[in-house]
Ligand binder design. Structure first.
Ligand code: TLP
Length: 357
């Protein structure tokens, strides 16, 4: 990836803020395009083939957002009136505008699991068979990495077991793999291996991979054919989307190998923040590019710390009154992370000598 002018703001709110690299912009400008609703955009077709190949699956579909990808998958897998099992902090449950209820007529059955990582033992008691009293389970969804649990990663064997046992129970399993490439880097395993037992996978191009727009759904030919219809119903049939797919192809080619740098930067930030009085974070749990910290004991609220950081050109997200999220990505380098630590020190009024950064 080419070097660029350093960003003036250190934006750690999310990895969604990444801007396309010069190589992506060039590819976008030169993209061959056609009408993708007719299936005639050659660049979108290439992206879909490439994604299917990377995941070792029959087919893939380019969708405008991760939310649309997840919700299209839920619609295909379920019937109205069913339950969808997910972890309590799942994006599909908390951040998708109740779409599974509004669009698919499904009720979420959230389950709390340590570090956001479900196991079959936690899921099994919540699976409801057909009955005259309770809604039947229609789908299980997992999220890898688990965003709200601080970018935690599913051990491959745990996810495999859930998929195998679900299959025996006749239940499909969908993966919200918005950041599955981060999980793959953390585990040193290819995405195809980590996802091989899922019925469908959504992954995002527009997060750590750095493409400006878009996500992919991956699965069987039949699943993707159905998802294509749902995408159209949702207004997600794009026309000359090759300009977006071109950037996504560059992202798939260039970005996965460098995600390890984002993980190192997240560990650097976690270790530094852990030294500040009143900031609670366990650096051992920071294994990808997301970190959450609890600031209740600093005597300041999370929005107040966020405001003080913003004044110094450092952006973070206040998720609750006492928790902040920081996400590393390729638009923030180590120097940017050092600037962020310095800004934290000032925001908290900590004297330099008390910090081992
Ligand atoms: N996550 C965003 C916010 O919506 C919270 C972020 O900044 O992290 N699955 C997961 C696990 C996600 O984290 C996100 C976005 C999505 C799905 C949805 O993707 P988009 O934003 O493309 O609809």
């Amino acid at each position: 990836m080419e070097a660029r002018e350093p960003a003036p703001i250190v934006d750690l709110r999310s990895d969604t803020v990444t801007r396309p690299t010069p190589a992506m912009r060039r590819a976008m400008a030169e993209a061959e395009v056609g009408d993708d609703v007719y299936g005639e955009d050659p660049t979108v077709n290439r992206l879909q083939e490439r994604a299917a190949e990377m995941f070792g699956r029959a087919a893939a579909l380019f969708v405008p957002s991760g939310t649309m990808g997840n919700q299209a998958a839920i619609k295909v897998h379920t019937e109205s009136g069913q339950e969808v099992i997910c972890e309590e902090r799942a994006h599909i449950f908390n951040y998708e505008m109740a779409a599974m209820a509004a669009f698919s007529g499904c009720l979420a059955r959230p389950i709390r699991a340590e570090d956001g990582i479900l196991t079959w033992d936690r899921i099994a008691p919540e699976v409801r068979a057909r009955s005259e009293h309770r809604a039947r389970t229609g789908l299980i969804t997992l999220e890898n990495t688990s965003n709200l649990a601080g970018g935690s990663v599913y051990p491959a064997a745990v996810a495999d077991e859930i998929c195998e046992r679900a299959r025996q129970a006749g239940l499909p399993v969908h993966l919200d793999g918005a950041r599955i490439f981060n999980a793959a880097v953390a585990l040193g395993r290819p995405v195809a291996e980590l996802t091989r037992k899922f019925d469908s996978i959504m992954f995002c191009l527009s997060k750590g991979l750095g493409a400006p727009v878009g996500s992919m759904l991956v699965g069987s030919r039949e699943f993707i054919a159905e998802a294509r219809l749902v995408r159209k119903r949702l207004g997600g049939g794009m026309r000359q989307a090759g300009v977006l797919a071109a950037a996504a192809l560059v992202a798939l080619q260039e970005t996965p190998p460098r995600l390890a740098i984002d993980h190192e930067n997240a560990r650097f930030l976690a270790a530094a923040l852990a030294e500040f009085p009143g900031v609670r974070i366990d650096p051992r749990k920071v294994v990808t590019n997301i970190l959450f910290c609890d600031v209740a004991e600093t005597g300041l609220t999370a929005p107040e710390i966020s405001r003080r950081l913003a004044e110094q050109g450092v952006r973070v997200s206040a998720f609750t009154a006492t928790t902040l999220r920081l996400v590393t990505h390729y638009d923030v380098d180590r120097a940017g992370c050092e600037r962020a630590v310095l800004a934290w020190r000032r925001a908290l009024g900590v004297r330099p000598t008390t910090v081992i950064a």
